[in-house]
Design a binder for this molecule. Structure first.
Ligand code: RB5
Length: 150
């Protein structure tokens, strides 16, 4: 088991493409002492990622969870839907470097991963990297302040 330096509550959402990854991530996170709220489907039957992405976004914005993790086949459906919510910064990551930068530069409050395009071990590495990376602030905060449409 890989250790994790993070304390907080995480919401996780997935469609049918991300069930196994979700289950493994939940087990690992809970083994690391992290509380996880499951917004995703537990079935591999085809479903619409939108039906679980919106509740996850609402929970993050309401402070019911501190951060979110989302999984679908490519990650794009989840990212596009989550980012419709003002205040959500959902970043798609598929490499360790991008997972670090999406926190360091974009302060992503939801990490989105493409379950059909990365192995599970990579997904766990991305979550660990993202959770353990600090936001840099400064010029990146200035850019974040300009994201929302008026
Ligand atoms: C489901 O087949 C697939 O479309 C979905 O998981 C995701 O990749 C959409 O963006």
């Amino acid at each position: 088991m890989s250790t994790l330096s993070f304390s907080g509550k995480i919401g996780i959402a997935n469609d049918h493409a991300g069930v196994d990854y979700k289950n493994n991530l939940v087990k690992w996170l809970e083994d690391c002492g992290v509380e996880v709220v499951n917004f995703g489907t537990d079935s591999t039957e085809s479903m619409d990622y939108t039906d679980v992405a919106h509740p996850l976004a609402e929970a993050v914005l309401a402070g019911k969870v501190d951060l979110g993790i989302a999984l679908c086949g490519t990650g794009n459906g989840m990212a596009i839907t989550l980012n419709k919510h003002q205040g959500i910064r959902a970043g798609l990551a598929w490499s360790k470097e991008i997972a670090a930068l999406v926190k360091r530069h974009n302060n992503a409050n939801v990490l989105v991963m493409p379950a059909r395009f990365i192995p599970y071990e990579k997904a766990q590495e991305l979550v660990k990297t993202w959770l353990e990376t600090e936001f840099e602030g400064g010029r990146h905060q200035r850019r974040i302040d300009k994201i929302d449409c008026k």
